[in-house]
Design a protein around this ligand. Structure first.
Ligand code: NAP
Length: 279
């Protein structure tokens, strides 16, 4: 019998994870199946679906919105990245225990450093937004050796509070939180990452042109939407290096796959099949 894995979320029909893990399993010769489970909107739906999947022999789950916080809460142990992010996207079921990880930030860093060829060591990094995606990204970016990190958010208080919470865990990498309106005082950045959900509403966070250093990378975590308002804004500011979050999606999946199966899949085919041109 093949080992069983799944992604759980609500809604879930849009998820690319079964496709990505199917490709990985085929390419690495792993005897496994991977399905999508809708946890529903009812309270307790996630926990019930999780229990049923484990009882049926499930080995691990990816977790997406809105259950990432609940996934950390049900875990018996969690990686430092998951604890600091306050959320988990990968669960492993081992010997009656639930182990939680957060591979989103690692996937982002791997996409930027490996797929896009931009080592983060010594770079000034701006993260727009102070939600779950930023929370998960800060520590892996600091671990990659960023020179400084700024979190800028529409609601300034949230960015300031998040920076104060995470700063002691970054091995001395300077971290500042501020409102988008204060970005003019923060100088220029080598990497500007849109971790807001503004693109999903056809909007862009208000970033001044001066935030993009010459040669900067503008990265929108949203994927599959072509040239988003944020990427358009970056291009108008003179930024020539643009990327969306498809690589982050594929690389976070690869990290989860490696944790479950002990083998790291080549991500190039999944990337090529899922990439939508930025036009
Ligand atoms: P979230 O927790 O809901 O946070 C949303 C953030 O966006 C908040 O900081 C919010 O600011 C800000 N925001 C929303 N609309 C805005 C606007 N019009 N202008 C400026 N700021 C705005 O969301 P999340 O979980 O962090 O996810 C953020 C994005 O990352 C989503 O688009 C998601 O699809 C993407 N993502 C991609 C991947 C991937 O694998 N590629 C993985 C994870 C997430 P306020 O605090 O002021 O409300």
């Amino acid at each position: 019998m093949p080992d069983r894995y799944a992604v759980i979320g609500h809604p879930i029909a849009h998820s690319k994870s079964p496709f990505i893990h199917g490709l990985f399993a085929q390419a690495t010769g792993q005897d496994m199946v991977y399905e999508a489970i809708d946890g529903g909107a009812e309270p307790g739906g996630f926990e019930r679906a999780l229990a049923a999947f484990r009882a049926a022999g499930g080995r691990g789950m990816n977790v997406t919105l809105p259950f990432k916080l609940a996934a950390l809460a049900v875990a018996d142990s969690a990686s430092e990245d998951a604890r600091l992010a306050g959320a988990a996207n990968t669960l492993s079921f081992e010997g009656g225990r639930i182990e939680a990880r957060n591979t989103d930030g690692i996937g982002l860093v791997r996409d930027i450093e490996v797929n896009l060829g931009l080592p983060l060591a010594g770079r000034r990094v701006l993260l727009l937004g102070a939600g779950g995606a930023t929370r998960g990204a800060v520590r892996p970016i600091a671990r990659a050796g960023a020179a400084r990190i700024v979190i800028a958010n529409r609601t300034a208080d949230k960015a300031e509070a998040l920076a104060a919470e995470l700063a002691p865990h970054l091995g001395g990498v300077p971290l500042v939180g501020c409102g988008l309106a204060a970005l003019g005082t923060q100088g220029a950045f080598d990497v500007v990452i849109n971790a807001t959900s503004a693109s999903l509403d056809g909007q862009a966070p208000a970033v001044p042109a001066g935030a993009f250093a010459p040669g900067a990378l503008a990265y929108d975590m949203v994927y599959g939407k072509g040239l988003t308002p944020f990427l358009r804004l970056a291009r108008q500011a003179g930024c020539a290096r643009l990327a969306d979050g498809v690589g982050m999606l594929v690389e976070q999946a690869a990290e989860a796959f490696a944790a479950w199966r002990g083998v790291r899949p080549d991500t190039r085919e999944a990337l090529a099949r899922l990439t939508v041109p930025l036009a």
